[in-house]
Design a protein around this ligand. Structure first.
Ligand code: UDP
Length: 156
């Protein structure tokens, strides 16, 4: 794999289409409710602090990224959502939410990290079966089989 080394911006960008995970706990909505509009959230990457939820004002005040960079980050995140949502839907897969990271390479803002069932919630559209890392998080078993199923459908 050819890769570019990035100076990672310490902000995790989460895009949500359906309620799950920490959003469900934070706002008290049950998992599975389709959001009436897409949510983009930012988390400050800090193991000591447990990656707290922050907003664009925090990002500006803490000098984590410029507002110009944040505007590009948000628009790329929504574009990734649009492309991925339709790509997965055509394979009977529901894109619930996912996380992105961005970084700088020679001053250029680039999408970094990976996009996989480790960083996305992906459900079977018909059965609602979880085909992502939640199988590991909630000790549901069948992690490898689920990841292989996503891979198999993506190849079609
Ligand atoms: N996520 C991730 N890495 C993290 C935290 C979250 O890839 O360190 C992904 C997670 O797989 C899900 C989305 O971001 O697709 C939203 O996660 P959430 O905030 O609900 O947190 P979680 O319930 O996973 O702790």
């Amino acid at each position: 794999m050819l890769v570019k080394s990035l100076k990672i911006i310490p902000v995790e960008v989460v895009v949500r289409n359906i309620v799950a995970g920490s959003l469900s706990k934070r706002v008290g909505l049950i998992e599975g409710i389709r959001l009436s509009s897409t949510i983009v959230e930012y988390y400050f990457k800090s193991d000591e602090l447990g990656d707290p939820l922050i907003n664009e004002d925090h990002i500006r005040a803490l000098n984590l990224a410029s507002m110009e960079q944040m505007s590009k980050i948000k628009s790329v995140a929504l574009k990734v959502n649009d492309i991925l949502l339709h790509h997965l839907a055509a394979r009977n897969l529901e894109l619930v939410d996912f996380k992105l990271k961005f970084g700088l390479h020679n001053g250029q803002l680039l999408l970094g990290d990976e996009i996989s069932p480790d960083t996305c919630r992906i459900w079977d559209k018909t059965t609602g079966e979880k085909l992502d890392k939640d199988r590991f998080r909630y000790d549901l078993g069948g992690v490898e089989v689920a990841y292989e199923e996503v891979y198999r459908r993506l190849l079609n």
